[in-house]
Ligand binder design. Structure first.
Ligand SMILES: O=C(CO)[C@H](O)[C@H](O)COP(=O)(O)O
Length: 225
């Protein structure tokens, strides 16, 4: 229910003619459903999906899609998160789509995050940080990530190593109490074999969540106000 409330609220930011980055997950699912309804009522938008799963969902909901070469810019990207701290830094990638999500969030003029109350934390790190690595030499990449102080495991789904839409593996990394997310984001991305990690630092412009009385709260980042 919380996911539906915040997910649908994000659709209010979408205006006629916009190009929208469509995130991945069970919260933004409601945004996409709502946008599908608005499209049926005449709203004209184009979507850029962050995963094959979202591409299917957008098509099922009648949202026209575009490729990068067809657009000038992304007006708004809307996506979920696994954790959000008071600075609106995020951990993302629980669904394994973090690389495409970060490319699209970075390209968007405004990045809106939809997050139920369970996602709001004082400090990032309770949720294991997803790190996408290429399969070649992943055993070495694992050692380098461990040397940054993390225990980790390769993500397994249905008894097999999970492969992202980009054909890569995910390491779920235990970095409890991330005190300097920006530094950790950079340190991880300096490791050869790491393609991207799930820390989204200073990227969210708006976070839509709820307060303890379940009223909608719209938090704005410093850079967006
Ligand atoms: O980063 C993500 C997928 O890679 C999702 O946005 C994140 O996992 C939140 O998902 P949900 O809305 O299902 O809780």
């Amino acid at each position: 229910m919380e996911k539906q409330i915040v997910g649908e609220k994000a659709a209010q930011f979408v205006k006629d003619g916009m190009v929208i980055g469509l995130g991945t997950g069970s919260t933004v699912f409601y945004t996409i459903q709502k946008l599908g309804l608005l499209v049926k009522q005449g709203l004209s938008i184009k979507g850029i999906p962050t995963s094959f799963q979202t591409e299917r969902l957008a098509k099922e909901n009648g949202i026209p899609l575009a490729n990068f070469h067809e657009i000038e810019q992304i007006d708004i990207a809307i996506d979920g998160a696994d954790e959000v701290n008071p600075e609106l830094d995020l951990i993302k990638g629980g669904g394994g789509a973090l690389l495409r999500e970060k490319i699209i969030a970075r390209a968007a003029r405004t990045f809106i995050v939809v997050a139920d109350t369970s996602k709001m934390v004082d400090r990032l790190g309770t949720f294991q940080l997803p790190v996408e690595v290429i399969p070649f030499g992943y055993e070495m990449t694992e050692k380098h990530i461990r040397s940054l102080g993390s225990d980790l495991h390769i993500r397994i789904v249905n008894g097999q190593a999970f492969k992202t839409d980009n054909g890569n593996y995910i390491f779920d990394c235990n970095f409890p109490n991330i005190t300097n997310p920006k530094q950790l984001e950079q340190d991880l991305n300096m490791i050869p074999g790491v393609v991207e990690n799930g820390l989204f630092v200073g990227m969210a412009d708006i976070v839509i969540t709820l307060d303890i009385e379940k009223n909608i709260v719209i938090k704005k980042s410093k850079q967006s106000v």
